[in-house]
Design a protein around this ligand. Structure first.
Ligand code: ADP
Ligand code: MG
Length: 263
């Protein structure tokens, strides 16, 4: 139960020292094409340790491709992506290790359907982080407790609600002790009544100082959790500013147009 942590940061402020400026994820001049389509155009983006960056923008603007590139689920054509000082390698064992440093939660709950909730959260710890089963299970139970689904440990994903499955997906990613967590529209496929239970877990993670890149249309989350908003349109970063600035005074016509449609 995380009631204790919540009380400790009841004012919603990040814990002292959680936001310092040194770079954890750096994208330099990143380009990506899908055939003739230039989906990422000269992207420069630096994400500091402990920073929460919310990426928003119209459908098809390249947000998912950006996330997938950071996790090397997509190759890039030009430029460089550096995670904690190490350039993303093309392949091999090194890539598996670096990828484990980048936790990812997708829109669709992509848990292993034929594994229990507990197994979903222990598997990577055992295979990638080389932990023994008992240590992995202890950690898994603690994380399931943290996201509020400890009592579901022995069930299979299909027996859980969407909100519960997405919280298990967060626990599974956290079990790898990632340096950064990427969320690609984690609440878009959820029934409305389940959105908040997932956003609350993400809010808590942000307060605990996790470095996060969050693609979302949940503007309430962006306002309250983000240190920075990155607005993408047609494969480019069009604006990059504080949530206050972005929502009260968007500079570009594209951002104004986007906000007028969703707010
Ligand atoms: P967003 O997440 O902002 O909606 P995406 O990154 O998913 O945008 O997609 C950006 C553009 O790239 C879209 O036009 C999409 O259709 C296209 N795209 C994405 N993935 C592929 C792919 N594997 N092959 C071809 N085109 C793709
Ligand atoms: Mg997308």
């Amino acid at each position: 139960d995380d009631a204790h942590d919540k009380a400790a940061h009841a004012d919603g402020a990040p814990p002292p020292g959680a936001r310092d400026s040194d770079a954890l994820v750096v994208l330099k001049n990143v380009d990506k094409h899908f055939g003739a389509l230039h989906v990422l155009q000269n992207i420069d983006l630096t994400i500091g340790r402990g920073e929460v960056v919310v990426v928003i923008g119209p459908s098809g603007s390249g947000k998912s491709t950006l996330c997938r590139a950071i996790n090397r689920l997509e190759t890039i054509d030009n430029g460089e992506i550096v995670i904690d000082g190490k350039p993303l390698p093309a392949e091999g064992r090194e890539l598996a290790t670096l990828r484990a440093d980048v936790g990812m939660v997708f829109q669709s709950f992509n848990l292993f359907a034929h594994k229990t909730v507990l197994e979903n959260v222990t598997l990577g710890q055992i295979r990638v982080r080389k932990k023994d089963k008992k240590t992995a299970e202890q950690r898994a139970r603690a994380l399931l407790d943290r996201v509020g689904v400890a009592s579901q440990a022995d069930k299979y994903p299909a027996q859980l609600s969407g909100g519960q499955q997405q919280r298990v997906a967060i626990a599974r990613a956290l079990a790898m002790d990632p340096k950064v967590m990427l969320f690609d529209e984690p609440t878009s496929a959820l029934d409305p009544e389940m959105i908040n239970e997932v956003l609350e877990v993400m809010q808590q993670l942000a307060r605990d100082g996790m470095t996060m890149v969050v693609v979302t249309h949940e503007m309430g989350f962006a306002r309250s959790a983000a240190n920075r908003v990155v607005f993408m349109s047609d494969g480019r970063i069009v604006e990059e500013t504080t949530p206050d600035q972005f929502f009260s005074n968007p500079r570009s016509d594209r951002a104004k147009d986007f906000l007028s449609k969703i707010l």
